[in-house]
Design a protein around this ligand. Structure first.
Ligand SMILES: *Cc1c(COP(=O)(O)O)cnc(C)c1O
Length: 374
């Protein structure tokens, strides 16, 4: 008899918890007859802005079709294009980098610190006379050192864009990620902390002018129907996803607490000396999009992944190939050894299960299996 597997992540348990609310919201939209850019999108944009701004509502949120689109359109609206350099962590999901190159700009990679995020001490040495922006990625649900990063951007006059695809609700010194710079870009991919039931994304904009530009760009470059000012995109958040996101947003604080409770148990109960637990930086409230452990080398990582797999525990590597070594970026001319901290991370990290609705016996199984590894 095979044991029941513990998935690395699944959106299904989270759906079940509020199933009736989701189904009611979906039926209302289906029966309402308005499916694209209607009242649900407007309501979600407003609620998410309130959630991010926590009272002093300064920013404006614009819904788009995905996290990648949020990044692409935000950079474009900030005027970043060919000939410009954008500083980005070497240790990130490739979407952060694609958003830069899709705009014709050049990514300049910076190594991470021990918290997996861009190392602010290495930022200034990457700045050239072509640098136009910094993209901070709050990887795995932990904020970057935003005081230092925003300080550098302000002193040099660089745009600051945040990739918050993994950091919904994560704060730095009490302030929400996504609200430190010019634009904060979110993904609502189903397994993200604020996940939809399909693709979706949004941009938090510091100024109403930027928000207005993004509204035009997301809808064929048009602010008045059939009048097209610029060549834009079809990148709209739909009504169904917005209605479902409104339901999840109402529960996001308790969902985040649940992720923290799982991580707290891992932090307290994973005691295998071969395993390094993730560290939490000063000022950061981690939202544990991923719980990423580390071992000494790549072979041991393979043995650990096999060991856990044989005990029915699914794991993933975020990410096995750093962007500078991806086939699609061969033309950038990087080689193995260019970013050794990033490369070593990608060889030694492992993301263990963490998801809303994870049962306490599932958590215990993960902990026991990790502690049994030798
Ligand atoms: C998921 C993710 C994205 C892209 O979001 P999509 O909605 O899948 O387009 C971008 N950056 C990071 C760090 C992500 O994790």
């Amino acid at each position: 008899m095979s044991i029941e597997r513990v998935p690395q992540a699944t959106p299904l348990e989270g759906f079940r918890r509020y199933q009736a609310e989701y189904e009611d919201a979906a039926l209302d939209v289906l029966r309402g007859g308005h499916y694209i850019l209607g009242p649900q999108v407007a309501a979600f944009e407003q609620s998410f802005a309130q959630y991010l701004d926590q009272g002093d509502a300064n920013g404006t949120v614009v819904g788009v079709a995905s996290g990648l689109d949020a990044l692409v359109i935000a950079l474009r609206a900030l005027g970043i294009g060919a000939g410009d350099e954008v500083i980005v962590p070497a240790n990130t999901y490739i979407a952060s980098v694609m958003a830069i190159t899709m705009n014709g700009a050049t990514p300049v990679f910076v190594e991470p610190d021990k918290y997996f995020n861009i190392d602010p001490r290495k930022l200034e040495s990457c700045i050239t006379d072509k640098t136009r922006a910094v993209m901070a990625v709050h990887l795995f649900g932990q904020a970057c050192q935003m005081d230092k990063i925003a300080g550098v951007c302000q002193s040099v006059g660089l745009r600051l864009v945040e990739d918050c695809a993994q950091s919904h609700g994560a704060r730095f010194n009490g302030q929400m990620t996504g609200t430190f710079g010019d634009a904060g870009c979110f993904s609502f991919y189903p397994t993200k902390n604020l996940g939809a039931f399909g693709d979706g994304g949004a941009v938090w904009c510091r100024t109403p002018e930027l928000a207005a530009q993004i509204r035009v760009l997301r809808n064929y470059g048009s602010s008045t129907r059939y009048h097209n000012d610029v060549v834009g995109y079809n990148s709209r958040l739909d009504e169904l996803q917005s209605a479902l996101l409104l339901v999840k947003l109402r529960h996001l604080n308790e969902l985040t607490e649940e992720r923290r409770t799982i991580a707290d148990r891992y932090n307290a109960e994973i005691v295998n000396p071969l395993i390094a637990r993730p560290e939490c930086a000063d000022g950061c409230e981690h939202v544990y999009h991923q719980y990423v452990i580390r071992v000494a080398n790549k072979q041991m990582r393979q043995e650990l992944q096999d060991h856990l797999g044989s005990r029915g525990i699914d794991t993933l590597i975020h990410y096995p190939i750093p962007p500078h070594l991806a086939t699609c970026y061969r033309s950038l001319g990087h080689k193995r050894g260019d970013f050794p901290v990033t490369e070593d991370m990608s060889d030694t990290i492992l993301s263990v299960p963490v998801f809303n609705g994870m049962s306490s016996s599932q958590i215990s199984r993960v902990i026991e299996a990790i502690n049994e590894f030798k």
